[in-house]
Design a protein around this ligand. Structure first.
Ligand SMILES: [Zn+2]
Length: 246
């Protein structure tokens, strides 16, 4: 049977069993196998892959494996000087808009607190999440490898286990999002961008205690909420500061 030698780099190793991490390993295959199908059969979602070199030459997902091929597989934004190489996407996963899978919990609220656009609807099924992702160019955030392996998924990030702070730092790092961050510019509940408003215009809707100490208010036209820098804000700001900290 023909064989090919694989090696996966950096965090792609998280998807492999211990014996295959950060080392060459040989795989036997039958007939015509595309490199994409082979990579997914080994457990790595294609959305995590940005560059494939075969015998030192970059190829796309459709490449059909040949006997004796040596395959190096790199994640999105692995820093390599590979000017001549073909990245699998023109602008790999640089969209700063997201759609949340139903399994990622707390990070939606805190990503919105950073001003990032995260669509989240807990009633969506994987097919609908994928459709919205493609239609609106939103990167899927999920803890499901199965979802990322769907053929029609083109952008997605696998959220690795960890704290909310670690998970969001991972996303910011992967997509170089630092410049897209604008804390407290978006509604935590419905994702609508907030607009600044005056104390006078919301006077009747805020508790007297708040009026006394707070002069800055923001309004969400999506869900008719008023935001001010109270105790709830302080708690969220603590987490935001840890996400953006060193
Ligand atoms: Zn809102």
């Amino acid at each position: 049977m023909p064989t090919a030698t694989f090696r996966f780099y950096e965090e792609l190793n998280d998807f492999l069993p211990a014996g295959r991490r950060k080392r060459d390993f040989e795989i036997a295959f039958k007939g015509r196998e595309s490199v994409k199908d082979m990579i997914e059969a080994l457990g790595v979602p294609h959305t995590e892959v940005d560059l494939i070199l075969i015998n030192g030459i970059s190829v796309d997902f459709a490449y059909i494996l040949q006997d004796g091929d040596r395959i190096s597989v790199y994640p999105v934004f692995e820093s390599l000087d590979i000017r001549a190489a073909t990245h699998l996407r023109d602008l790999p996963l640089r969209e700063t808009r997201f759609i949340a899978d139903t399994n990622i919990g707390n990070i939606v609220k805190y990503m919105r607190a950073l001003g990032l656009d995260v669509h989240c609807d807990l009633t969506l099924c994987p097919r609908e999440i994928t459709r919205i992702s493609n239609q609106e160019k939103r990167t899927i955030l999920t803890r499901s490898q199965k979802l990322l392996k769907r053929r029609d998924v083109t952008r997605g990030i696998f959220i690795r286990p960890g704290t909310t702070v670690q998970q969001i730092r991972q996303i910011i790092h992967l997509l170089s999002l630092k410049e897209a961050i604008a804390p407290f510019s978006r509604c935590l509940v419905c994702n609508t961008p907030l607009v600044k408003t005056t104390k006078e215009s919301v006077y009747d809707r805020i508790p007297p205690k708040v009026r006394a100490f707070c002069n800055d208010y923001a309004y969400c036209s999506g869900c008719d909420r008023i935001y001010w820098q109270g105790t709830h804000f302080a708690r969220i700001k603590q987490v935001v500061d840890r996400i953006l900290g060193p």
